[in-house]
Design a protein. Structure first.
Ligand code: SF4
Length: 295
C-alpha cells in the first residue's frame, strides 16, 4: 500500500508549483535560444527573443512568475492502485492556495455566474486535475500552467471542412492546423507550441491535444506518420512569417506535438491546443519512502 506524509507532500506540491510558475524548463529555453540564433541580426524578431530570454532569466533568479498571467493550472496525475484521488485533490488545493499567498500564482479562478474571483485560485474545475491509475509504485504529478491568451486562440475543427478543402485524412488535418495558426497571427503570444488531438469526441479530443503538451520539445512521435506530419507542419508554419509576438520573422512555431484517438464513424475532430512561449510545465515523482524528484 502506497503511503505518504501529507504535510511533506503538500510542501513538495508547493515546490512543484513554484518551479512551474518561475522556472521555464530547459528544453523550452533551449528551443527559444535556437530560434533567436535563427533570426536575422538587428531584426525585431531577434530583439523580441532577447527580451523573452531576459525575462526568463530574471524570473528564475528571483523566483517570480514568468508572466503576469499564471494561467490555468492543469495537472495530470498518475497513481498506483489504492491511492485516494480525493486526498490528493485536497493537497493540491492546499498547495495552490499557499502558492497564491506566496505570489507564485495569481488568483485566477473567477465564478462564471457572479464574476467574483475566489481569491485563492480554487473554484469549480480549478485547478483542472486528471487522474490515471498505473502499475508503477510511485506517484507522478505533471503540472502545466496555460495562459488565457493562448487558450483563447486554441480551437477545434470538424472534418470535412468544405471551405478549407480539408477532408477526413491527414492532409485535412494539415490544412486546418495551418488555418488556425494563420488566423492567430501572433495572438496568444507567439511563437506557439501546438498540442494536436486527432479524433475522439469533442471533449476527449481537446484533452488529447493538451496532453501532447506534456511531451519534451526534442522527442519524436512514436507514430511515423505523425512524426512526419509534425516535421512538415513545423517547417511550413515557420514559413508563414508571423514571427514572435506577430512582429514577423522565421519563428512562428517552436514545436508541433500530435496524438490520435479512435473516433465515431460520423465524427472527425481536430483539436488544437495553442501554447504560448511561456510554456510552463514541470513534473514531480514521489516514492512511498517520501523520496522526491523533479523534472
Ligand atoms: S498567452 Fe502566455 S505569455 Fe501571453 S500573457 Fe498569457 S500566459 Fe503570458
Amino acid at each position: 500500500m502506497f503511503q505518504y506524509d501529507e504535510g511533506a507532500l503538500k510542501n513538495q506540491l508547493l515546490e512543484l508549483v513554484r518551479r512551474a510558475a518561475t522556472d521555464l524548463p530547459d528544453d523550452v529555453v533551449d528551443s527559444i535560444k535556437a530560434a533567436r540564433e535563427n533570426e536575422d541580426e538587428g531584426s525585431a524578431a531577434r530583439s523580441v527573443f532577447g527580451m523573452i530570454l531576459k525575462n526568463i532569466d530574471l524570473a528564475r533568479e528571483e523566483s517570480t512568475p514568468i508572466c503576469q498571467d499564471t494561467g490555468t493550472n492543469i495537472y495530470l496525475v498518475h497513481i498506483p492502485e489504492g491511492v485516494s484521488m480525493r486526498k490528493l485533490t485536497a493537497l493540491i488545493h492546499e498547495a495552490t492556495a499557499e502558492a497564491v499567498d506566496k505570489s507564485y500564482l495569481r488568483p485566477n479562478a473567477v465564478d462564471s455566474i457572479s464574476g467574483k474571483n475566489s481569491g485563492n485560485n480554487i473554484g469549480e474545475g480549478q485547478p483542472f486535475i486528471h487522474f490515471e491509475e498505473w502499475d508503477k509504485d510511485y506517484i507522478e504529478f505533471k503540472l502545466m500552467l496555460k495562459g488565457g491568451g493562448c487558450e483563447n486562440v486554441s480551437t477545434q475543427y470538424k472534418l470535412p471542412d468544405v471551405g478549407l478543402g480539408a477532408g477526413r485524412d491527414l492532409d485535412g488535418v494539415y490544412k486546418v492546423i495551418v488555418d488556425a495558426v494563420n488566423a492567430a497571427q501572433g495572438l496568444g503570444c507567439a511563437p506557439g507550441i501546438l498540442g494536436i488531438g486527432i479524433g475522439g469526441d469533442r471533449t476527449s479530443s481537446h484533452l488529447a491535444a493538451k496532453s501532447q503538451l506534456f511531451r519534451k520539445m526534442t522527442d519524436t512521435n512514436e507514430n511515423p506518420e505523425l512524426a512526419e506530419l509534425e516535421s512538415k507542419l513545423y517547417a511550413d508554419l515557420n514559413k508563414l512569417g508571423v514571427g514572435p509576438m506577430g512582429f514577423g520573422g522565421k519563428t512562428t512555431i517552436l514545436g508541433v506535438k500530435m496524438g490520435s484517438l479512435h473516433r465515431l464513424p460520423a465524427s472527425f475532430f481536430v483539436s488544437i491546443s495553442y501554447m504560448c512561449w511561456a510554456y510552463r510545465r514541470h513534473s514531480m515523482s514521489v516514492k512511498t519512502s517520501g523520496e522526491v524528484s523533479y523534472d
